[in-house]
Design a protein around this ligand. Structure first.
Ligand code: ADP
Ligand code: MG
Length: 612
């Protein structure tokens, strides 16, 4: 418990003791004094808040409801009730603050990724400092069992690291010299030295912390609804209570004290605390549960939307497939194979496209800027450059068609990269990519959940695309798309969907940022070590295991279920007590107990969101 919580608890106990004493002491004046002190002790802060609200003419809130309810209780001489209303209200508040603290803590457990110190080597000596004091370029040393404090590149030693704290799955990764290590992962076996590549404030850990902490700012529709609801709700309740207090005595000749009593019951029951607190708490819990699984959700609005996903669109290369190509066939025409490969790989040598990387690796070519001029990378098509003074084109059918070059179409599976030299066809290089081992299961999990359509978009040729679509049982495949076509297809899918449905796009965040932004929900993967992935999307998967999408939908559905349960449960109980109150069956005690009871149950229920 925090200091503040302890203070409230002490006030609750003291005020309850005074209340008890007041009911035992029969002496009128003395007993009254005890009631007043019990009431003021527990309620003074609420009275002050309510008073401030009136002074500033700001909108009425729960404090105001409680204040007038209890002041009226005093006026009609229901002293124990006045204290009790405040007491239970404060118990509810205390309970809610403990619950909130608990879910914060459980998110903090994920935040356990945050390293406390870094051991940096300065002037040949090891010094322990706080991670944010380490500069780029400094060398840090990490021993087995220690958390990796900063994003760095290994310069000495080898080890394996555990990424479980970030990805939610324990998969030790072997690391040796020149490999990147990511802050927040744990060094398992060897002592390593590494050169720091970014400051702590830019590190993966900081980015994740920042993201999760600010996630509650992007409010869901349900939360916004409750806030707006509370705005006009409280004034209406106050006016109704006033009518309840005044009208029956004037029209029916009831006694004022009995009508005011009914009005107090009404005020207490109408307090919306259970909803105001339990709904955000549920979303908070859902976001926490997801982050423990290595799924970062940037706001409750996305968690809410995720529950109505109908279409999931995947990018192909690097998302459904590994994005690591290898050359499987080389065929040359008009030129020697050696010359065709040499010019093609020099043209590709500056590109970081996965296809380019595979060709460069195959021919073991070093980039040589002095031999390559007018380099142009045409996205979705390939490369055009002048190499050793020759005009070289390397890319797909579209690129060849654009230049009016006739090409051969091989009958082999894989992606065909055509090469033309000085406008004469020179042959092709076939490269193939592997489907990720988890993709098939990921698609099946979505299908089993009853998602409408799984869709694949790719710039690759139809034959390869269809083969991969069939292998993964994807329901729709769109191939030969330029990056802007991917946005268009996504827009069409969104336009065609039923109202209230949601289309999500999942990509690697590197060359598909426009689509990520255009989709209702953008999901990027591989956040560990990639800033682009974290920034471009609404939901971020720490690793690139697509099965996490189904998990995220599950968590989202569960959260929404709990939110709806809480809303309907508290409304039903409250309406019930109100009816009893109108029939003069319910008294203030029943109202107070039902109010606190509903709140406790709703809060406990929303805590279930934390567990998956
Ligand atoms: P995807 O949609 O599968 O992610 P891209 O949009 O990155 O693929 O590329 C689409 C197609 O464009 C590739 O399949 C390839 O045929 C061609 N291409 C793009 N860049 C290059 C390159 N550097 N070298 C050769 N071909 C390329
Ligand atoms: Mg791509």
């Amino acid at each position: 418990m925090t200091k503040k919580q302890k203070k409230i608890l002490a006030r609750i106990i003291a005020s309850a003791a005074l209340l008890l004493l007041a009911t035992i002491v029969k002496d009128g004046v003395f007993s009254f004094a005890l009631f007043v002190s019990s009431y003021l002790l527990i309620g003074y802060d609420i009275l002050i808040k309510a008073g401030k609200n009136i002074m500033s003419m700001s909108l009425l809130d729960e404090n105001f409801l409680m204040a007038i309810a209890t002041v009226c209780a005093f006026i009609i001489k229901e002293y124990p009730e006045a204290s009790a209303i405040m007491l239970f209200y404060q118990i509810g508040e205390l309970f809610q603050s403990i619950a909130l603290g608990k879910s914060r803590k459980s998110i903090k457990e994920l935040m356990d990724i945050c390293p406390d110190t870094a051991t940096v080597i300065r002037d040949g000596k090891e010094t322990e400092v706080s991670p944010d004091e380490v500069a780029i370029g400094e060398t840090i040393i990490i021993r087995p069992g220690e958390k990796i404090p900063l994003d760095a590149v290994v310069t000495e030693g080898f080890t394996s690291v555990d990424t479980a704290a970030l990805t939610g799955e324990s998969m030790p990764q072997d690391i040796s010299v020149n490999d990147r290590i990511v802050s927040g992962t744990v060094n398992l076996s060897g002592v390593i030295k590494a050169e720091v590549k970014s400051e702590f404030s830019d590190s993966t850990v900081s980015k994740i912390l920042e993201l999760v902490e600010s996630s509650t700012e992007k409010k869901s529709k349900s939360e916004n609804f409750i806030t707006r609801f509370a705005h006009f709700y409280t004034p209406i309740v106050v006016v109704l209570a006033l009518l309840l207090a005044v009208v029956p005595p004037l029209l029916l000749g009831d006694s004022f004290s009995s009508s005011v009593y009914t009005a107090i019951v009404f005020l207490v029951v109408s307090c919306p605390c259970a909803l105001v607190i339990s709904v955000p708490l549920s979303f908070f819990g859902g976001i926490g549960a997801a982050s423990k699984k290595g799924i970062l959700i940037k706001g409750s609005v996305y968690l809410e939307k995720m529950s109505s996903v109908k279409n999931i669109i995947f990018d192909k290369t690097g998302t459904l497939t590994e994005g690591k190509f290898s050359v499987t066939e080389v065929h040359s025409e008009n030129y020697s194979q050696e010359e065709m490969l040499r010019l093609a790989s020099l043209a590709e040598a500056m590109s970081i496209h996965p296809i380019a990387l595979s060709i460069i690796a195959y021919t073991k070519t070093e980039p040589d800027e002095s031999r390559v001029k007018n380099l142009e990378e045409i996205s979705g098509m390939g490369i055009s450059a002048s190499v050793d003074g020759r005009n070289v084109l390397v890319g797909n059918e579209k690129l060849m068609q654009r230049q009016g070059i006739t090409y051969s179409a091989p009958n082999m599976p894989g992606t065909t990269v055509h090469v033309a030299i000085d406008s004469i066809y020179a042959g092709y290089i076939t490269v193939s990519d592997k489907i990720k081992s988890t993709s098939k299961q990921a698609v099946k999990m979505l299908e089993d959940m009853g998602i409408g359509d799984t869709i694949m978009l790719t710039g690759d040729n139809k034959k390869t695309a269809d083969a991969i679509g069939r292998e993964l049982s994807i329901s729709k495949v769109y191939s030969q798309l330029l990056p802007q076509d991917k946005v268009k297809v996504t827009e069409e899918i969104i336009e065609k969907q039923e109202k209230g449905s949601v289309t999500a796009f999942c990509g690697d965040g590197i060359n598909d940022a426009p689509v990520l932004a255009r989709a209702d929900i953008g999901i990027s993967m591989g956040a560990m070590g990639s800033d682009a992935a974290i920034e471009a999307s609404d939901i971020v998967l720490m690793d690139d295991d697509l099965r996490k999408i189904a998990k995220a939908i599950k968590i989202s559905k569960k959260t929404m279920r709990i939110v709806k349960q809480n809303i309907s449960f508290s409304l039903i109980v409250k309406i019930g007590v109100l009816l009893l109150g109108a029939l003069k069956i319910a008294n203030i005690w029943l109202a107070v107990f039902s109010d606190v009871g509903v709140m406790v149950i709703a809060v406990l229920n929303s805590m279930r969101c934390l567990k998956d």
